[in-house]
Design a protein around this ligand. Structure first.
Ligand code: UDH
Ligand code: NGS
Length: 285
């Protein structure tokens, strides 16, 4: 509703809103894959504002967007992804802030909890309409895959190179997904119970269907991604309990998730490229 209202209002100061279809999209992209330093990125994109915000110079974007990246020990990937995402989002005329949510060492990786934490911390720092939850190793290959929030949550990363550019399975909801603020609150975010690899994205899909949403997906010609190669991460071993947890997903939806995530913020840094939030999650609690 908030998004709809904004779409039709005009600013009194004469500033124009950006058009619904950005005029300078390129379509298919080859991507940038070489390692790049933080300093090189800052030189390439001096217009980035403190905390990693970028917005169009000549129009006002109706939706303010946060990109939430779950993170631990993938420094080169993060910067390669940003090298792709910043120009991609500039062409899409996005008003976007990047958030890197880093899980401190010592506990098993918990992607679902990190995404919840990213949402809650971003809510404290800005008035965001739209949340994109984005793995650090995914490079979008078509800028017509527009990062915006709509009537239902969207699955962006439909066609990845590692799955031969096809949807892996009909219920796959991983990699890059987008929710309006209201949608994410309504589904109570992610479950925090998936400690280690697997299942949290399937649980999120169950949650959204249970709240009568559907998922939006662009055709595989647009929703293409390249996944950067990496070996299995230490501290993110496959969770042997994931199927059992998934079986009980729906009965827990309203009592476990965004409203119960436990964490401590260790540090928040407003860098020119991103808001970096270092958190500890006690997965034995
Ligand atoms: N992530 C990190 N550090 C880690 C683990 C995960 O930053 O140590 C983040 C990162 O954003 C990554 C995302 O969490 O893109 C998802 O990580 P993942 O390991 O669940 O998924 P990914 O697709 O790799 O990157 C899967 C490789 C092994 C699974 C093989 C089972 N068939
Ligand atoms: C499924 C996992 C998902 C995962 C997907 C793709 O089997 O969490 O594979 O994984 N579901 C369960 O384990 C229940 S990938 O090959 O990208 O690592 O996202």
């Amino acid at each position: 509703l908030k998004i709809e209202q904004k779409r039709f209002s005009l600013r009194k100061d004469g500033v124009t809103f950006c058009p619904d279809r950005p005029p300078h999209l390129l379509g298919s992209l080859t991507g940038f894959y070489n390692e790049i330093t933080k300093e090189e990125l800052q030189e390439l994109f001096p217009e980035m504002e403190s905390g990693g915000r970028i917005r169009p110079p000549d129009c006002v974007q109706k939706q303010r967007m946060a990109i939430i990246m779950p993170y631990r020990n993938r420094f080169p990937h993060l910067h390669i992804a940003l090298h792709n995402l910043i120009p991609f989002l500039k062409r899409q005329q996005a008003d976007v802030t990047f958030f890197v949510i880093e899980q401190a060492p010592g506990s098993t990786f918990n992607r679902g909890a990190l995404l919840n934490i990213g949402f809650l911390e971003a809510e404290k720092l800005g008035n965001f309409d739209c949340y994109i939850f984005h793995d650090v190793d995914l490079i979008p290959l078509n800028d017509k895959n527009l990062y915006r929030c709509e009537s239902d949550p969207r699955h962006y990363a439909v066609a990845m190179n590692k799955f031969n550019f096809k949807l892996f399975y009909s219920g796959y909801f991983g990699g890059v997904v987008g929710f309006s603020r209201e949608q994410f609150l309504k589904v109570n975010g992610n479950s925090n119970l998936y400690i280690g690899w697997g299942g949290e994205d399937d649980d999120l899909l169950k949650r959204l269907y249970n709240k009568k949403y559907t998922i939006l997906r662009h055709p595989t010609t647009l929703s293409r991604y390249f996944m950067l190669k990496h070996t299995r991460d230490k501290g993110n071993e496959a969770n042997p309990l994931r199927m059992a947890i998934l079986n009980g997903a729906l009965k827990r939806q309203d009592i476990e998730g965004l409203n119960t995530v436990k964490y401590k913020v260790i540090n928040i840094t407003l860098d020119p490229l991103y808001t970096w939030i270092n958190v500890s999650i006690n997965t034995t609690e």
